[in-house]
Design a protein around this ligand. Structure first.
Ligand SMILES: [Zn+2]
Length: 109
């Protein structure tokens, strides 16, 4: 995926908050979050508004800033976990191929 510009980012904020981004989109989104202060502010605002409305409806009290940083942390962790899963799958695949090759070699003996 090409680099996100700020308007792409802006459109992706709701999907980020709802956890609907693909792994690639999420990676690009988090990279942009790190380096663009304006978008971080915009994201915080949208997050605060969306969560704020929920909280008004439920009367719960939250530390929203902490919740947002937890959410970003959670998404980063999910991304790392998914990447590790892909790596594990790739290793397993290689392992399976090696096992298949070994079996063929054994049969040919
Ligand atoms: Zn930006």
């Amino acid at each position: 995926m090409r680099r996100l510009d700020c308007s792409d980012y802006d459109r992706m904020i709701p999907d980020f908050l709802e956890d609907r981004l693909t792994m690639r989109e999420l990676a690009a989104f988090l990279r942009h979050t790190e380096r663009c202060e304006a978008c971080r502010d915009e994201m915080s605002t949208q997050f605060l508004v969306s969560r704020g409305l929920e909280i008004l409806e439920t009367d719960r009290i939250f530390d929203l800033r902490k919740e947002l940083s937890d959410l970003i942390e959670l998404r980063s962790t999910q991304l790392r976990a998914r990447r590790n899963l892909f790596t594990a799958a790739a290793i397993l695949e290689t392992g399976a191929l090696t096992a298949a090759a070994a079996a063929v070699i054994t049969l040919l003996r």
